[in-house]
Design a protein. Sequence first.
Lengths: 388, 518
Amino acid sequence: MSEQVADAPQDGPRPDDHEAGAGRDPLSMLLQPGAWRLERRLHTRPVHELYATLIALAITAVIIGLLVIIVGVSPLDAFASLYEGAFGNRESALETLVQATPLILTGLCAAIAFRAGVWNIGGQGQFIAGAIGTWWVYDTFPGLPAPVLFVAMFCGAAVFGAVWATVASVLLVRYGTNEILTTVMLNFVIDSGLSWLLSGPWQANDTPYSQTERMVESTFLPRFFDDSRLHLGFALALVMAAAVHFLVRRTNLGFELRAIGVNKQAASYKGISVGATIIAVMAISGALAGLAGAGELLGLHHRINFEFGGQAVGFTGIIVALVARLHPAGVIVVAIAFAGLLNGATQMQVGTGIPAALVDVIEGVALVFVLLAAVACRYRLRKIAHHG
Amino acid sequence: MADAAQSGAAAPGENILVAEDVTKVFPGVVANDSVSVEIRRAEIHCLLGENGAGKTTLADILYGVYRPEEGQVLLNGRPLELHSPRDAIEAGIGMVHQHFELVPPMSVIENVVIGTPAKQWLDLTEARRRLEEFFADYDVEIDPDAEVGRLSVGEQQWVEIFKTLYFGVEILILDEPTAVLTPQGIDELFRILRRMRDEGLTIILITHKLKEVMDLSDRVTVLRRGKVVGTVDTADVEQRDLARMMVGREVLMQADKAASTAGEPVLEVEEIHLGSDTGRGSLEGLSITVGSGEIVGVAGVSGNGQNALFDAVVGVRHPEAGSIRITGQDTTESAPHRIATLGVASVPADRIAQGLMMDFSVKENLVLGNQRERQFSRAGILNRGQIDTFAAESIDTFEIKTPSAAQITRTLSGGNLQKIIMARELSGQPQLIVAHQPTRGLDIAATEYVRRRLIQERDRGAGVLLMSEDLDEIFQLSDRIAVIYDGRIVAVTEPDATTLEQIGMHMAGASDTDQGSP
Ligand SMILES: Nc1ncnc2c1ncn2[C@@H]1O[C@H](COP(=O)(O)OP(=O)(O)O)[C@@H](O)[C@H]1O
Ligand SMILES: [Mg+2]
């Protein structure tokens, strides 16, 4: 019984807690006789988190390796061809960045909302809302000069994404409706909305398919290189990551959103309006996913069809954010890594016969272990003296 | 009561329960550091120490909640292996914790028999007979069929005590039993405890209040930072000796305070009503006024509307009827942010839940709530230089012990957490300070500090609304005392014009009309 009780959270202030930071010499701890015990750290430092995450990823690699062995392929071959397809040469590396672009933005979308303790699971729907917004601006204001049109289309995407997220946040703030449920349901709603648009008002005249016309070439996002699809959207995603970091760490709103993420009650006692902050954060979160929609439409697809959003970047963004522990820089790294997996999987499938769907397994396993690591690094193993 | 008498039981005056070199370690804290105590049969033995000294931990070891990492417990000279409180009860040791372990919707009698071992026959009629006998014998007026949730905290404590005695323990451990009682309740408890001792019960009473030790105990063991400072016969010592043992230095027992006269009212609460929908108590037409330059102490047993009053004044909840004016302006419906800008500082009772972001850095907590002030941000962007400067100053003036301003708040001790709140709240030279239990859980040094600051603020001209369950604190600090009961102020008086007993009567609900309306 004592072991469990010892780790139970305490409600009262603990006057001697500050002594907890005092380290002990690890070697002498190891040599001392006695039992090991898991105990809670009062304070986790970023290095702990980094190590824990790296260990989690290593464990993931081992598990995936075992799966690959079961299929009868050498894990080294599998990982080699996966890597080859993801980053092996200039072409594939650039293509990985192309795939990372929307994941960075949807990852930021989830990360900022989660920071505030708001569980926006609607990145996918907001992504589609962004594409719809882009098309709507394109369709409604055909006469705009190119630079203005670009700005207007991105603004349209951001606004549509924000509005779609705001539906959920208003329900949450006004009626306390669980945002996880509403954001998930709104994903379905916008899917149906999109089908309706594609088979009705926005359907292209010249085809029997449910899709829009192809956009005129002047609206295509500039590409960085002739031999790659990498477009300006990638730069935009990086800028947004920096902006989110700045917002969260350096502004009032960031301070307040972190505050409501940590302790809503204390925040409201200290005059922070929880409702207003939630509305603001969700709008920003939705806008980020909306920008991802604009980037995909203007940078790659140039038309909306049924497949648009089929990659489920909104959902992958949630995993990206969680694996990145909600840090914007981490989101960039993890998004590129995940994009590499997606990209490399095809090569792996061709080269070794392992189904590309293994990537989903990798993502899932990585998520589970990184989340476990996030909890685990709040504890440490310590040796205690003999029981008397 | 001595049903569980052990073979080879000690005669009165001999050691019955002994802890030998007991050590218990919690993450980062040695809660009991080689603690040895000898409890004699049929004595009242106090465990005295400041918050965090390790009293509860020691009691929990004697009661089988924790197993010590080192050392052992002896009962009647023989080593005692306790794996759970059940073992302790079987060995004749019972304990009433600070947080009661009762089932509120069940009746008194059901709560008492609930722990009957499965193998024993549950005889409700017999149980009722014994319980009624107990109550009659000790003059405690509790209906065995009453629902426990409807009893007052004091009455619930009696249920806890009788529940323990029902199983025939011969050693009774009480953890800070007076914290929930009025002065009269304390007298009654002590009277009965003395009688139980005379009848042969051994009583271990945990407290951090010196007066209680002096009043009640035969012997006292003082703990400090997990170590035993010493065990003494109460008759041989004075209060200040115990204080010195407890704190490790001389302490001033009295806060110095000059007389003051109240100026213009800064807080006028008139007839407010507030429902109990949030579970933080209700108000039934409460009125109170605080003038500038005075401390108004609100005395009362917890749960009589203190939380609701706090919430209403700081604007977290809005009264359904009545009005609140702060520095002359109507704030009945104002949001917390607006109220703060009128110069209102608030020190909430639960600093961790309502006062701080435990996962923020110390400096962020020092500006929490003021982050939009011109001093700390421009155009929505935080001014980190200013925040750092302010934090460094606050840490300095308020003597906050932290490795750095960037330290995560969670790692600080209770006293330092309260200093962060005080530093933040007092920084803007507030006109009104609403402080709820500002010294609860603090050690003596931090307590002295907080009280001194409140008096300084009063002398500067701030009005202070001080809600506290600690009557000594109320008497020490207040210029006027108001008593809250059942969501109303039932009496207002001055400390010199009243006695502890009178205040206690009001706290228990007796109102008197000569005191005039608040
Ligand atoms: N379950 C626990 N987990 C971690 N630390 C604890 C626990 N219980 C007590 N402590 C720590 O042990 C020390 C002694 O606590 P406690 O025995 O409750 O003191 P007291 O009852 O004298 O106020 C404190 O520093 C407290 O923080
Ligand atoms: Mg205690």
